[in-house]
Ligand binder design. Structure first.
Ligand code: NDP
Length: 504
């Protein structure tokens, strides 16, 4: 193993992945890289474990998942410290991320039976002789490809729901955050020592590609749209279903009657939390003319006070993936070159390993700073006539993950009009840690849902069963029916459905 070349850039050598701290270059851990054969062997082991796990039933899984969640909760500081070392994220932010993730594990464990368990559903008059039963069965083995930006919350958003639904899981963490994945897996193995129900394979993109082709029954991917397309193409070879969470360019719309200070506080946090490396982070703000000046003053004031660094008490940490610094620099440069103005930060704000808070105004809507995912601590702020114009511009993006609206009177109505999977009213990103709500996007942000009841269903197959409960008065599903019975069926259809205005 050679010395570290660039802090934060993982090195793979002699079949070993070396993970480092993006701020200091300190080694965080070493992990064996899995080739295609090892990935396949892991999935084979997972298949056996899946049968055992499924046979435990909802109660058995619930008890074990709640044991895991207790271990994560009791060691949350240790987990947050590791997240801090491997991503550079401030410890406080890592605590908030982990707390949300643990809440998801608990919710998924507790609600799997009520969402997925067997139930009777109604039958219609036309087929009254059959009872209808619905249940949701596990797929078997779920592959999870995770990102580095939220190495606890994001993978667990898939893993916890997949496990609660009765699947085994093989996870390929980002090569930037293998140590966090290993720690989570170790705690799971302590809670569920019997079988390898949750396994981790380490490596770079080719290990992820091998997982796509390994025969997993479904693949959940979080990362860039470009890689999401590759994942979907690879999965198409075996018709493996996919769930894609591909980031976004989320907007906040500030209405004329909004409290400018509260909106500014939410925009600063929503845009700059985790140094802006948040799939559902705020990157664009559209502010109604009436509150624009007051909002911008407060926004700049608040953002300028944030402490950038890796020491205790920092608000904005280093950029986890060094290559991202070039993207942030390019977006700022493009915004300025196209006529935008920096009211905070600007062209010199990127100084590895940090990107300093930057707020751009008057940036044209076709600049890369407005159209592409920046994944850095930057915001564009645009003056609009009113919130409706703000929503129109917010929706003119090929992405559609989350978003926020600030309004006293029209919050819910504006939220409904936003073309995205989730919207926060008078807050930012408040949907991500809410286990009762689904999380996922539209357009280039991907499809499928993690979290909530939809997240549980995402990792299971609906199984429909009809059971005859009496003889048929009007037999239709048989060649034994008589012409007279067929005529009676036609008459029954007219009676039940023939009147346009009758309900039923
Ligand atoms: P990628 O989309 O390249 O990587 C995401 C995950 O996919 C990682 O685990 C990665 O492995 C893996 N991967 C890479 N190539 C393949 C492949 N061909 N088949 C299967 N898996 C693969 O994102 P990056 O980490 O490179 O970040 C690039 C950009 O993506 C960011 O700038 C940001 O805009 C966006 N992004 C969005 C995220 C979100 O939350 N939606 C999260 C992360 C990034 P490895 O890391 O080992 O290469």
């Amino acid at each position: 193993m050679t010395a570290i070349r660039t802090p934060g850039v993982p090195v793979i050598e002699d079949g070993v992945l070396l993970s480092t701290n993006p701020a200091t270059g300190e080694e965080v851990g070493r992990f064996p890289v899995a080739d295609a054969a090892e990935v396949a062997a892991t999935v084979t082991r997972a298949r056996e474990a899946a049968a055992w796990w499924a046979a435990l039933g909802f109660a058995g899984r619930r008890a074990r998942l709640l044991r895991w969640r207790a271990s994560l909760a009791n060691r949350i500081e240790e987990l947050a410290e590791l997240v801090h070392r491997e991503t550079g994220k401030p410890v406080a932010e890592a605590i908030v991320e982990s707390a949300g993730a643990i809440d998801h594990v608990a919710w998924a464990a507790r609600h799997a039976r009520s969402v997925l368990g067997p139930r009777r559903v109604g039958s219609t008059l036309m087929q009254i002789e059959y009872a209808s039963h619905l249940e949701y069965q596990p797929y078997g083995v779920i592959g999870v490809i995770g990102p580095w930006n939220y190495p606890v919350l994001t993978p667990l958003g898939s893993i916890a729901y997949a496990l609660a639904a009765g699947n085994a899981v093989v996870v390929k963490p980002s090569e930037y955050t293998p140590a966090v994945a290993a720690w989570l897996g170790a705690r799971f193995a302590e809670a569920v020592p019997e079988q390898p129900v949750l396994q981790t394979v380490y490596g770079a993109g080719d290990t992820g590609a091998a997982l796509c082709r390994s025969g997993v029954d479904k693949l959940a991917f979080t990362g860039s749209t470009a890689t999401g397309k590759k994942v979907m193409a690879a999965c198409a070879q075996t018709l493996t279903p996919v769930l894609l969470e591909c980031g976004g360019k989320d907007a906040m719309v500030v209405d004329a009657d909004a409290d400018p200070d509260r909106a500014a506080a939410a925009a600063v946090w929503g845009g700059l939390t985790n140094a802006g490396q948040t799939c559902a982070g705020i990157e664009r703000v559209y502010v109604a003319d009436a509150v624009y000046d007051a909002f911008l003053d407060r926004l700049v004031d608040r953002a300028a006070r944030l402490k950038v660094g890796v020491e205790d008490g920092s608000d904005v940490g280093p950029i986890t993936m060094p290559a991202q610094l070039d993207v942030i620099r390019r977006h700022i440069a493009d915004g300025l070159a196209q006529g935008g103005r920096a009211v905070l930060g600007g062209a010199d704000s990127v100084a590895a390993p940090y990107a300093y808070p930057t707020i751009l105004v008057d940036v044209p809507e076709d600049s890369a700073a407005v159209t592409e995912e920046t994944f850095g601590p930057t915001l564009t702020v645009t003056r609009v006539r009113d919130a409706d114009e703000g929503v129109r511009l917010a929706n003119a993006s090929r992405y559609g993950l989350g978003g926020a609206v600030f309004s006293r009177r029209r919050g819910m109505a504006l939220a409904r009009q936003m073309r995205s999977g989730m919207t926060s009213v008078n807050s930012a990103i408040s949907f991500a840690g809410m286990p009762t709500l689904p999380f996922g996007g539209v357009g280039d942000s991907g499809f499928g849902r993690i979290h909530g009841a939809d997240g549980l269903r995402e990792f299971s197959r609906p199984k429909a069963i009809t059971r005859r409960r009496m003889r048929s008065l009007l037999p239709s599903l048989t060649f034994d029916r008589t012409p007279k019975q067929v005529a009676m069926i036609a008459r029954a259809v007219k009676l039940i459905h023939g009147r346009p205005h009758r309900r039923g």
